[in-house]
Design a protein around this ligand. Structure first.
Ligand code: SF4
Ligand code: SF4
Length: 310
């Protein structure tokens, strides 16, 4: 059993409680125009190229036998359409200008990294988090990693956008201790404009999750021009309140197991977009102020839900 992973981040403190190891799965069903991890959007491995690190040694040109990296009038030209992502040029690029992002890993490969910080999980209340991209696009691999983690006594969490068939989410749930799920907009047309897909399946997944007994942290990435208004965050807060009531009606304790977190937009991904020849449409957006984030949190709290804001 293997899957495509583009990063494993140890000592993560923003992907769930305690100290965690976050495993980033490659491939996503959404194309949010502000995505902080654009290298996770395409499902297959990619070459990232950072021209500012290039020392013009031309080793990549010699290594490439597919005509994807060539010299044209003395200048290196990379043609992504001809690249088969064999990685040979990366092996010769000692300056780190070329990076292979995404590789096939087995469950054993992933677990050998995850197990290194086991002592920290135990003392901090942390564990493993599957993120991405959309980890549940690879449901069998995700399930296998989570199942092995649980067998090792490691706490597990998933970060999902919820835009996958429900049976995919169902496959991982028995081995998931904590669900973290994004909700980006309540209006389906606006959701499609911002993410490339409508929101019906996302909201349906949220309702399905609410009818389980798993702790859920819903998250709103607060993005200017998309959802950074009191009205929109209030509307999502109202929806979360409905989900809490749904859980309560099903015999659960929605008030203490479902919460909301607001995550401010940031602009750290610009270099990554350039390295992948992707258009960074969020480059001119302004970062929300702390005061504005606090105002949005208050709007959500009016619906009697627990709200945290970074
Ligand atoms: S191998 Fe790396 S450093 Fe050398 S020319 Fe190619 S991209 Fe630049
Ligand atoms: S990954 Fe392979 S095909 Fe693509 S540019 Fe490098 S050497 Fe050429």
């Amino acid at each position: 059993m293997d899957g495509v992973v583009f990063s494993i981040q140890r000592f993560s403190i923003h992907d769930g409680p305690g100290i965690r190891t976050t495993v980033f799965f490659k491939g996503c069903t959404l194309h949010c125009f502000w995505c902080h991890n654009p290298e996770g959007i395409r499902p297959k491995p990619d070459i990232q190229f950072f021209p500012e690190r290039c020392i013009a040694c031309n080793e990549c040109v010699k290594a490439c036998t597919h005509g994807a990296t060539t010299l044209v009038n003395g200048i290196r030209v990379y043609d992504r359409s001809k690249c088969i992502v064999c990685g040979k040029c990366v092996e010769t690029c000692y300056s780190g200008a070329r990076i292979l992002t995404g590789k096939h890993m087995t469950v054993d490969d992933v677990m050998s990294e995850v197990m290194q910080d086991r002592a920290f999980y135990e003392t901090s209340g942390g564990g493993i988090t599957l993120s991405g991209g959309e980890p549940i696009m690879q449901p069998d691999f995700a399930r296998a990693v989570l199942e092995r983690s649980k067998a090792e006594g490691i706490s597990t969490a998933i970060e999902t956008a919820g835009n996958v068939p429900w049976e995919f989410e169902e496959r991982v749930l028995p081995f998931t201790d904590l669900i973290m799920m994004d909700i980006k907009h309540m209006d389906s047309a606006k959701h499609r404009w911002a993410t490339g897909v409508p929101n019906e399946r996302v909201l349906s997944t949220a309702r399905h999750f609410a009818m389980t007994d798993k702790p859920i942290i819903f998250r709103i990435p607060v993005i200017p021009t998309v959802n950074d208004t009191v009205e929109e965050v209030g509307a999502i807060g109202s929806y979360i309140r409905d989900l809490i009531e749904l859980r309560n009606q099903n015999g659960g304790d929605g008030d203490h197991t479902i919460s909301l977190e607001l995550l401010p937009f940031h602009k750290l991904a610009g270099d990554k977009y350039r390295s992948l020849d992707m258009d960074y449409r969020a480059k001119d957006l302004k970062i929300p102020t702390k005061a504005h984030m606090a105002e949005l949190a208050e709007a959500a709290k009016t619906h009697q839900i627990e709200v945290r804001s970074r």
